[in-house]
Structures are given as C-alpha cells and as structure tokens.
Design a protein around this ligand. Structure first.
Ligand code: COA
Length: 351
C-alpha cells in the first residue's frame, strides 16, 4: 500500500442563462435537428455580460469543498487544503493566473495556486499535477477545478463552434490517502502532439501576433477548429490513452463499469466506448444538457453521473479526455462510497 491521492469531494456549476438549440437556429443557419443528430447536444449555458471564468470556478469549488466536508465528516477539512489547481484556457485576464483569485475568494488565501492550460484535457492534466504533488508529499489536500467560458472567444457567426461549446465549471477535492482505498487515483496517462496545434486554436492575442505590433486579421481573435480532423483525433487519442492506462494498471476494457469521457460529441463518445468494448449505457453523458464545456467537461460529467446515481460505490471508472494542443489524458479509480454531491443548479433542468 502506497501513498495516493483520493477523491473526497465533487461539485459543479453552470451559468444561469440557458441557450437551447432553437435559440441558435433563430440566429444562425442551423437547426435543432442538425445539432442533435450530428453532436447529441440540445442545450448549453453561457455567462452574462461582466461574468468571468473565476465566478464559475468559485461556485464549483465551493460545492466541491462542501462535498468534501460532508463526505469526510470533517467540518475543518478546508484548513488542510494547501493547493488549488485551475484548468482553464479562458482565464479572467491574460495575466496573472486566475487560480490565486479563486483560492482567495474561497477563503484559501496563502495556498499554492496556479493555472494549467491543456484546453479540453486541462482537467486531466490538473488532476495529474495535483495527485503527483500529493503523492510526493508536497501537498496534503488539493482543490482541482476545470472551468471555461468559451462563449467569450467564439465567433458569433460560426454555427459549428456555437452549436458545440458551453460555459461551466467542475471541481474535485483530493486528499492524501493510500492506493487501496476506494476513490484513489490509480495512475495516469498523459500525452501531446504539437504537430496538430493548428487544428484547435485562437490565432490572435498571444505573443506571436502581438509581437507584430499590428492589428490581427479580422476573425483571428476567435476560436477556430478543424471539426472533422478533430473528430478523428479525439476518437483515436482517447481510445489509445484509455488502453495505455488500462494496461498500466492491469485492467481490461471489459472490467470497466463506467466511462467518463470528455463530452465533445455523442458520436465521439460512442466510438470510444466501442473501442473499449463498452455498451452505450456504460457511457456517462451530459453533453445533451450542457454541451462541450472544455476543461469543465469531465468533472461536470462526473458530478452529473454521481448525482443521478449512475456511478455506484465500487464501480471501476475510467476518465479520459482530449483537446487542443493536441493533448490527451486518462486516469481511473474505484468509485468511493458515500461521496456527497449536491445537485448542479440548471444541469438537470428539463430539456
Ligand atoms: N448547422 C448546420 N450545418 C452545419 C453546422 C451547424 N451547426 N455546422 C457545420 N455544418 C455544416 C458544414 O458547414 C458542412 O456543410 P457543407 O457540406 O456544405 O460544407 C456540413 O455541415 C458537414 O460538415 P462536417 O464538418 O462534415 O460535419 P460533421 O458531421 O463532421 O460534424 C462537427 C461537424 C464539428 C459537429 C464534428 O466534426 C465534430 O464534432 N468534431 C469534433 C469537434 C470537437 O469535439 N471539438 C472539441 C474537441 S476537444
């Protein structure tokens, strides 16, 4: 038995403004039928003017800390939280990182706090970073948040990206424990391929463009994606990463009870599920209600499955993600018993 990071808290948040497919169809050359058939998405949420990523991160973080207090029965559990890692590619400001402000607003001033950027794989990268710090003895308890507000970087006229992305945040609390405990993260597979950097990008706004000291070409400030190539890469790399992780920890695909994969597209989820030999009812799905929430996607899907009790104590669960970079990552755990997770307001609203 060795030291490990153990999941002991979970929470999520979405903004209050819901955007159903019908609202997009009223503005753009698209339809509810196309979006549902090609992506499985029926609704997403967007922040209001003046709101920011940290507002969602704080809401999700607060719920996860509350979940950890109730789950562990320790009302003072926050006092031992000494690390906040925030995965985001839509920070409140280009500089500084958003995590210290989030920690401060959660009453965790003074703790180590930093951002991790791996787009839709960000939460898996943040989880691996925090878990490694816990196993190394550099942290005792970590709040790991995935939060993004892609509505702020989408081209309002781009029907493809506006149909897919939504805003949200999800968070997990990790505590120091041992690898034989339910909830222990059993290992990680992380990877990247920078040759595919152009497939998912915001061309303007970084040093490459700003160093030219000229205004960027029109549209370069918006998020751009090569949908078809991304689809193929997502299926390939999530399946490969999941298999690598399973080999590493000695599980087979058929040992899994549940797959919580990045919520990009229902067709991507089905394809990855098939590669692992899983039935459709073993896939966690909440993209129909929140869309692709980028770094929030995996923890929000996890929270949704826990709230709906499709995750049961002892279940063998694999988390996998894929995103810009290109990047990918996976981890696995036995689902812990008695994890107290509060409903995420909005996420369960009828469609
Ligand atoms: N409504 C109506 N038509 C749309 C549309 C929309 N919202 N978005 C795209 N289309 C059109 C395209 O313009 C294209 O038209 P054309 O044939 O006249 O050129 C047509 O639909 C087919 O486009 P295609 O890209 O082949 O569709 P697709 O079945 O591959 O679905 C995506 C497009 C974007 C939904 C799909 O490729 C996808 O999900 N990719 C992965 C995206 C993703 O997950 N990104 C984040 C990863 S981390």
């Amino acid at each position: 038995m060795t030291r490990a990071a153990v999941v002991c808290g979970l929470g999520g948040a979405v903004p209050s403004t819901a955007v159903p497919n019908s609202a997009l169809a009223a503005q753009l050359d698209t339809s509810d039928a196309w979006i549902r058939a090609r992506t499985g998405i029926r609704r997403r949420y967007v922040i209001a003017p003046g709101e920011a990523t940290s507002d969602l991160a704080v809401a999700a973080g607060r719920r996860a800390l509350d979940s950890a207090r109730r789950t562990t029965g320790d009302p003072h559990a926050d006092h031992t939280t000494d690390l906040v890692v925030l995965a985001t590619s839509t920070p409140d400001h280009p500089c500084p990182a958003t995590a210290p402000a989030v920690a401060h607003r959660l009453g965790l001033s003074g703790v180590a706090a930093f951002d991790v950027g791996a787009v839709c794989t960000g939460f898996l990268y943040a989880l691996a970073t925090a878990a490694s710090m816990i196993t190394a003895g550099a942290a005792q308890r970590a709040l790991v948040i995935g939060a993004d507000t892609f509505s702020t970087i989408l081209d309002p006229a781009d029907r493809t990206t506006r149909a897919i992305f939504g805003d949200g945040a999800g968070a997990v609390v990790l505590r120091a424990g041992t690898d034989d405990e339910p909830g222990a993260l059993l290992g990680f597979d992380l990877g990247s391929d920078g040759s595919g950097a152009e497939l998912i990008t915001v061309r303007a706004g970084g040093s490459r463009q700003r160093s030219t000291a000229t205004p960027p070409p029109a549209g370069d400030e918006f998020f751009a994606m090569e949908g078809r190539s991304v689809f193929t890469e997502a299926v390939l790399n999530m399946s490969k990463s999941a298999h690598t992780l399973l080999d590493r920890i000695g599980w087979r695909g058929t040992d899994l009870d549940r797959l919580v994969a990045h919520q990009a597209n229902i067709r991507i989820l089905r394809a990855v599920g098939e590669q692992l030999g899983l039935a459709e009812d073993q896939l966690a799905v909440n993209l129909d209600r929140v869309g692709n929430t980028v770094a929030a996607s995996v923890p929000l899907a996890l929270a949704d499955a826990a709230i709906r009790r499709t995750l049961r104590p002892g279940d063998r669960v694999l988390l996998t993600g894929f995103g810009g970079g290109l990047t990918w990552g996976s981890t696995a755990l036995h689902w812990p018993s008695a994890l107290h997770v509060e409903p995420v307001p909005g996420m369960a609203d009828p469609l």
